[in-house]
Design a protein around this ligand. Structure first.
Ligand SMILES: [Zn+2]
Length: 128
């Protein structure tokens, strides 16, 4: 099972669109955060809610940034020709898995290890 040039083109397009969507939603989250701060009242109960909302928006932005770095990594690997191989063990990632999660750098086995904390997520290694 290998990905054809057409498959790769289609996945690349998917990745680019996803990156744009995340960039847009991150901007929206930042703008909403600013508005929330501007509308702050002095009621302690309201302040607690506002703090919670800010935290939610912040965590949304952070996970967006994490996914964005995975998408950039995937686009980089598309150019290098290593796309579709697990970054950890070198096995081929299933076509269906790539269709569903085109930015994933892992095969299903390594993904499970990352989720269980047995492997350090690659996105964090790249940011650091
Ligand atoms: Zn693997």
């Amino acid at each position: 099972m290998t990905l054809s040039t057409q498959d790769l083109k289609r996945l690349e397009e998917k990745l680019r669109q996803q990156a744009k969507a995340i960039e847009r939603s991150m901007l929206t989250a930042v703008e909403q955060g600013r508005q929330t701060v501007a509308e702050e009242t002095q009621d302690p109960a309201d302040l607690a809610v506002t703090a919670y909302q800010k935290e939610m928006l912040f965590s949304q932005g952070t996970s967006g940034a994490g996914q964005l770095s995975l998408i950039r990594l995937a686009l980089e690997r598309l150019r290098e020709g290593s796309y579709g191989e697990c970054i950890e063990c070198g096995n081929r990632i299933g076509e269906k898995r790539l269709e569903a999660l085109p930015w994933t750098p892992y095969c299903i086995e390594c993904q499970e290890k990352v989720e269980q904390g047995q492997l350090e997520p690659v996105a964090q290694r790249h940011v650091a």
